[in-house]
Design a protein around this ligand. Structure first.
Ligand SMILES: [Zn+2]
Length: 88
């Protein structure tokens, strides 16, 4: 898990995410399933706890507190959905 503080934190992960062109499945608002490079799926949870934005991914990198590209994929979808919700 890591705490999202700004978009620059995601920069490298976004580059990797774009290169990988993976599939992101919508599970529910804030919960997504991202296909990994080996064809396995990682569940990524984006949630807000107080003022903190927490991102939880099942992969090894994220469990060490790293910003993984799965999270970047899920977040790009999540941010779009959150924006739609606010304007709906
Ligand atoms: Zn991950």
């Amino acid at each position: 898990m890591f705490i999202l503080k700004g978009i620059d934190q995601l920069e490298k992960a976004i580059i990797k995410a774009k290169k990988t062109r993976t599939t992101v499945k919508f599970i529910s608002f804030g919960v997504y399933s991202v296909k990994g490079t080996k064809g396995n799926f990682y569940t990524v949870e984006c949630r807000k706890v107080g003022t903190e934005k927490q991102v939880i991914c099942e992969c090894l990198g994220a469990s060490r507190g790293l910003v993984c590209w799965h999270s970047a994929c899920a977040l790009s979808l999540h941010v779009g959905l959150a924006r739609q919700r606010q304007t709906a």
